[in-house]
Design a protein around this ligand. Structure first.
Ligand code: AMP
Ligand code: GLY
Length: 422
C-alpha cells in the first residue's frame, strides 16, 4: 500500500517511523515532511494546509491511505475532501474535528451527554464575560473558542487578570477570529494526563496513556509551549483509571456524537485533569499529541499500518493492541527563544552519535541542506528512548541529548520528574 502522512513535526516523524516498519507498506510519502522524515519517506513539497494540493497528489499517486497529523487541515475539511475524491483517510471529518475546533461546542457536548468537565459558560460579548468573572471569582480560566495554536488558554489568578484576558481576546483580537467567542471555566486542580483512543465511528480502542510537560522551564515553570517532553506509561492512569476514563468520558462522547449524526473516525485525544473527584475533561484534540505520539509509537508492538487500516474500515473491534512493557520518554530540544521569537537555520550535529545507544531522534522542525541538518522551527528535535522504567528511559534519553552538538538549542532537564519522584 502507498501511504501519505500529512504534517512536518516530530509527531509525523514518529508516525512515519511506525508506518515504515509495516509489512504492508509499498511506498511512504510525507507532505511536506522535514529533514528527518526525508530519511525514511519521500517528502513532497505540499503544505499540510494546501488541501487541494494534497487531494491532487493522493489521487494521482493512487495513495491507499492518507494519515493526517495536525488539527488545522482536519478542521478545514481535509478528510471530507479526500473522501469525496475516493481516497481513504485516517482522521476525522470537519464536523467531527469541531470537537477541537470549537471549545464551546465541545463543552456543550459534555453538558448534553453528562461528561465530567469544568463548569463553564460561553460568551460572544465582552461585558457579559466580565460580569460572569465578577460573579464566579478567581482562579478562573479564559479560553478562545477556536484554534489558536495552543496559545488561546489563559489561567487567571484574579479578576484583574481574567478581565485582561477577556480584553486581549475580544477587544485586541490577539487570536483573531478564534477569540471572537470565549469559554470561561472553573479552574480545576489535579494531575494532567493525555489519553488517546482510536475510533472507527463506533468502536473506541484505548491506547496507553502519556503525560507531557507543557511549560518551557524546569519544574513546569514559565510560559506554555506545544510540549517540551512526554513519557508513557503515566502512573496516574492505571488500569482502573483507564476503564473509568473510557466509561465516563470517551465512550459517551463517541455515542453522543453518533446520536447527533457525527461519526468520529481517527484518534481522539483527551487532555484530562485527574482530580480528587475522578477524571475530568480539559479539552479534546482530533489528532495525536506532539510529543506524546513519539513516546507511544516507541511502545507500540502492532503493525501500525494494519491498525490504521482497521480504524478506517470500521474494524477496530477485531484489533488487539500490544505494547512493550518498557517505558518511553521523549525530550524536546527547542531553539533558544522558543516559545517566543527565535531564529532558523542553525546547524545541528551529533544526531547519529545520539542514536548510537538505541535512542531515536525524531525531527520536530528541521530541514536538510545537503548533508547538513538545520533547525527550521521552534521545537526542533524529540530525543526519545525506551527502557524498563521511566527513570531509566530518562537517563538514556538525556545521554543521547548530551551527544547532540547544537549550541543554539536547549531542553528541559527534568522530563518525567513526576513519575520518577512518585
Ligand atoms: P488546553 O489548550 O485547553 O489544553 O489548555 C492548556 C493548559 O491549560 C492545559 O494543559 C492545562 O494545564 C491548563 N488548563 C486548561 N483548562 C484548565 C482548567 N479548567 N483548569 C486548570 N487548568 C486548565
Ligand atoms: N502535547 C500536547 C498537544 O499535542 O496538544
Amino acid at each position: 500500500m502507498k501511504v501519505l502522512v500529512v504534517g512536518s513535526g516530530g509527531r509525523e516523524h514518529a508516525l512515519c517511523w511506525a508506518i515504515a516498519k509495516s509489512k504492508k507498506l509499498e511506498r511512504l510519502f510525507c507532505a511536506p515532511g522535514n529533514g528527518g522524515i526525508a530519511q525514511i519517506a519521500e517528502c513532497v513539497d505540499i503544505s499540510a494546509e494546501d488541501i487541494p494540493g494534497i487531494v491532487d497528489f493522493a489521487t494521482s499517486e493512487q495513495i491507499g491511505l492518507v494519515v493526517v497529523g495536525p488539527e488545522l487541515p482536519l478542521v478545514a475539511g481535509i478528510a471530507d475532501r479526500l473522501e469525496e475524491a475516493g481516497v481513504k483517510v485516517f482522521g476525522p471529518n470537519a464536523k467531527a474535528a469541531m470537537i477541537e475546533g470549537s471549545k464551546g461546542m465541545m463543552k456543550d457536548l459534555c453538558t448534553k451527554y453528562d461528561i465530567p468537565t469544568a463548569t463553564y459558560a460561553r460568551f460572544d460579548d465582552c461585558d457579559a464575560a466580565k460580569d460572569y468573572v465578577r460573579l464566579q471569582g478567581a482562579p478562573i480560566v479564559v479560553k478562545a473558542d477556536g484554534l489558536a495554536a495552543g496559545k488561546g488558554v489563559i489561567l487567571c489568578r484574579n479578576k484583574t487578570e481574567a478581565h485582561a484576558a477577556i480584553d486581549l481576546m475580544m477587544t485586541q483580537d490577539a487570536f483573531g477570529e478564534a477569540g471572537a467567542e470565549l469559554v470561561i471555566e472553573e479552574f480545576m486542580v489535579g494531575e494532567e494526563a493525555s489519553f488517546f483512543a482510536l475510533v472507527d465511528g463506533e468502536n473506541a480502542l484505548p491506547l496507553v496513556a502519556a503525560q507531557d510537560h507543557k511549560a518551557v522551564g524546569d519544574g513546569d515553570k514559565g510560559p506554555n509551549t506545544g510540549g517540551m517532553g512526554a513519557y508513557s506509561p503515566a502512573s496516574v492512569v492505571d488500569e482502573a483509571m483507564a476503564k473509568t476514563i473510557m466509561k465516563t468520558i470517551i465512550e459517551p462522547t463517541i455515542r453522543g456524537m453518533a446520536a447527533d449524526g457525527i461519526a468520529y473516525r481517527g484518534v481522539l485525544f483527551a487532555g484530562l485533569m485527574i482530580t480528587d473527584a475522578g477524571p475530568k475533561l480539559i479539552e479534546y484534540n482530533c489528532r495525536f499529541g506532539d510529543p506524546e505520539c513519539q513516546a507511544l509509537m516507541m511502545r507500540l508492538k502492532n503493525d501500525f499500518l494494519e491498525v490504521l487500516e482497521a480504524a478506517v474500515k470500521g474494524e477496530l473491534d477485531q484489533v488487539e493492541l500490544k505494547w512493550r512493557n518498557d517505558a518511553a520518554l521523549t525530550v524536546v530540544m527547542a531553539v533558544n527563544g522558543y516559545p517566543g521569537g527565535y531564529e532558523k537555520g542553525s546547524e545541528i550535529k551529533g544526531i547519529e552519535e545520539a542514536e548510537a545507544n538505541g535512542a531515536m531522534v525524531f525531527h520536530s522542525g528541521t530541514k536538510a541542506d545537503g548533508d547538513k541538518i538545520l533547525a527550521d522551527g521552534g521545537r526542533v528535535l524529540s530525543v526519545t528512548a525506551s527502557a524498563p522504567s521511566v527513570a531509566k528511559a530518562q537517563a538514556k534519553a538525556y545521554d543521547a541529548v548530551a551527544k547532540i552538538e547544537w549550541p543554539e538549542g536547549f531542553c528541559r532537564s527534568d522530563i518525567g520528574w513526576r513519575a520518577i519522584n512518585r
